[in-house]
Design a binder for this molecule. Structure first.
Ligand code: FES
Length: 257
């Protein structure tokens, strides 16, 4: 193993590019857990450093493949295989990482001096039983949906949850998510079946070759929500999309002022 970064250099939700075993890697902190993943998308080599994070998944900003931070498993197309993850330990306030056959993330010890959970992480039994009990308490509705692993939750999803899910879908040519591009026109629950969500969405042009991919990924992103069984995507071309529909951030990203 080698020392890669100080544990207190990363706040929750932050990431840092590092090199481990001469491999480009990404240290990501989610709450008190630090994950280390290979920083190369298995689909076509894009660094994952700029990809959106959701819970313990990271999405490639190029074509939208998503990977589990803990296992490296690919969770959606276009990636068909996972990425490597590294074994992580916290030693005296530093993050150490290396390749291992049984890689695990590490928990940062609390600032009041509570013993590091990294020692617990080194104990398979303790870590397993802890994560099992946590999973039972926090994720009673977890299941596997048609689009891959379900996003866990206990309260009904709201429109902002639907939009957050759709932000995981990235336009493969502009590298901007479809919500910030302004491609989503309407979202509503089916009056007779609240587990069915209806979406009106458009494309930047009627001939956009990414259309089928965006529709499929939008459907999968919504159907991963714990209380959505079906997402019906209705493609509309009127009113036609225009750059004014983009958020300021998206316009900045494309250099449109
Ligand atoms: S390069 Fe990452 S999804 Fe294509």
């Amino acid at each position: 193993m080698e020392k890669v970064i100080g544990a207190d250099e990363l706040a929750s939700g932050e990431r840092r590019s590092v090199i481990v075993d001469d491999i480009p890697a990404l240290a990501v902190r989610v709450d008190d857990t630090i994950y280390l993943i290979e920083d190369v998308c298995s689909h076509d080599g894009q660094p994952l450093a700029d990809g959106p994070l959701q819970d313990t998944s990271i999405t490639c900003a190029r074509h939208g493949a998503r990977f589990d931070l803990e296992t490296g498993a690919a969770q959606c197309m276009p990636a068909t295989k996972g990425i490597r993850v590294f074994d992580v330990e916290i030693r005296d306030g530093d993050v150490w990482a290396g390749l291992s056959k049984t890689p695990k993330p590490a928990t940062v010890p609390s600032s009041d001096g509570t013993p590091s959970d990294s020692t617990a992480a080194q104990s398979d039994d303790a870590a397993d039983s802890e994560s099992d009990s946590t999973a039972e308490e926090e994720a009673p509705q977890e299941s596997v949906g048609p689009g891959g692993q379900r996003v866990t939750g206990t309260s009904p999803s709201t429109e902002s949850d639907y939009l957050e899910a759709l932000r995981q879908v990235i336009d493969p040519e502009l590298f901007i998510n479809i919500v910030d591009l302004g491609l989503i026109y309407a979202i509503e629950q089916d009056e007779e079946n609240p587990r069915r969500i209806k979406i009106d969405m458009t494309l930047t042009s009627p001939a956009c070759p990414a259309g089928p991919q965006l529709v499929q990924q939008s459907k999968m992103a919504l159907e991963r929500l714990h209380d959505v069984d079906e997402a019906a995507i209705n493609m509309v071309m009127s009113p036609p999309w225009s750059p004014e529909r983009m958020t300021d951030e998206a316009r900045d990203q494309l250099g449109i002022f």
